[in-house]
Design a protein around this ligand. Structure first.
Ligand SMILES: C[S@@+](CC[C@H](N)C(=O)[O-])C[C@H]1O[C@@H](n2cnc3c(N)ncnc32)[C@H](O)[C@@H]1O
Length: 311
């Protein structure tokens, strides 16, 4: 585990109290995932399992993985298959129709081994659908924390990264993914309480730079400096969230029949000239036949066929 990840400290009760909105606001990325009953799905950075459970309720076979023992324990209490693993060293190979992730990839540094592990974990044609913090995410909050620490003579390296669509597309493509959609979505997010509680839940690396005795004063100072930018007249705090959402595919395996002839397979006899000539197949018919695979879900076959036909 790298230094940034090791400084995280997740508390399942505090997360449930201050951050339930994280999973509650995942409707759009779940729509992009479009989970189908019977699909095997990996929920990467599953947290306390709120979304893992929703996938299971949709009839999917789901494994949740998370680096935090406390979060994994909370997910297991829901009866889920949750495992304590780091996104940077996923052990799965050719196993899932989809890898899903919500609000977690920005914690997994560096991103390259994470994306490579996801690619390995997917079956050919499988999809990687995720949403996480994108360029500009919670920038005002992070700036205020950095400034408050600087006033104490402290410099803290961020433990998150918030890429833009072009940068993350390059990372996905470098690993072999075909990116279907990737979008940066500003999403100002009302908080259930004060931004101070949000900072206590999510900003351990910054707040951990001072002693527990000094922490309340640090947080109070940051809250005061954010009031003008993030608190509405009615008292509601609205965090400056920006999300990056994408849907990418591992290319399908070449059809098993491709390139086959009796001679390349070392056997079979050439059709005799008196045998009836085979009926010519249309291009779409040939593709249809090549992709007729009882072991592949219908939606994947249809998508592969569409790709082939569209060129
Ligand atoms: C904000 S929570 C999101 C949880 C869940 N996906 C949801 O939508 O409620 C981020 C999760 O990412 C996990 N995480 C952070 N770094 C990780 C890593 N390197 N590998 C696996 N999980 C990680 C944290 O432990 C935490 O549970």
């Amino acid at each position: 585990m790298n230094a940034a990840a090791s400084s995280q400290s997740w508390n399942a009760e505090r997360y449930a109290a201050n951050a339930r909105f994280v999973s509650d606001l995942a409707g759009a990325v779940l729509e992009w995932l479009d989970p189908q009953p019977g699909e095997r799905i990996l929920d990467l950075g599953c947290g306390d399992g709120a979304l893992t459970r929703r996938l299971v309720e949709r009839g999917c076979v789901v494994i949740g993985v998370d680096a935090s023992a406390a979060m994994v324990a909370a997910a297991r209490e829901l009866g889920l298959d949750a495992r304590q693993l780091h996104g940077q060293s996923l052990p799965f190979s050719d196993m899932f129709e989809a890898v899903f992730s919500n609000a977690a990839l920005h914690w997994m540094l560096p991103p390259e081994p994470v994306i490579e592990g996801v690619f390995r974990a997917l079956r050919p044609g499988g999809r990687f659908v995720a949403e996480f913090g994108g360029q500009g995410n919670v920038a005002a909050i992070h700036r205020a924390l950095v400034a408050a620490l600087a006033r104490r003579g402290l410099v803290v390296e961020p433990d998150t990264f918030f890429p833009g669509p072009a940068a993350y597309r390059s990372l996905l493509e470098a690993a072999g993914f075909e990116v279907e959609r990737i979008e940066l979505i500003p999403r100002p997010t009302p908080l259930p309480g004060s931004v101070g509680a949000w900072i206590e839940t999510f900003c351990h690396t910054y707040t951990g730079a001072v002693s527990p005795e000094q922490r309340p004063a640090l947080i109070e100072e940051v809250v005061a400096s954010l009031r003008l930018a993030l608190q509405q007249a009615d008292g509601l705090w609205v965090a400056d969230y920006v999300r990056l959402r994408f849907r990418a595919f591992k290319p399908p395996a070449p059809p098993l029949t491709s390139g086959w002839t009796p001679s390349t397979c070392g056997g079979g006899s050439a059709p005799s000239s008196s045998a009836p000539a085979p009926r010519p197949l249309s291009i779409s018919g040939a593709i249809e036949r090549a992709f007729r695979r009882p072991d592949r879900p219908w939606w994947l076959v249809r998508r592969e066929r569409a790709w082939m036909i569209e060129g």
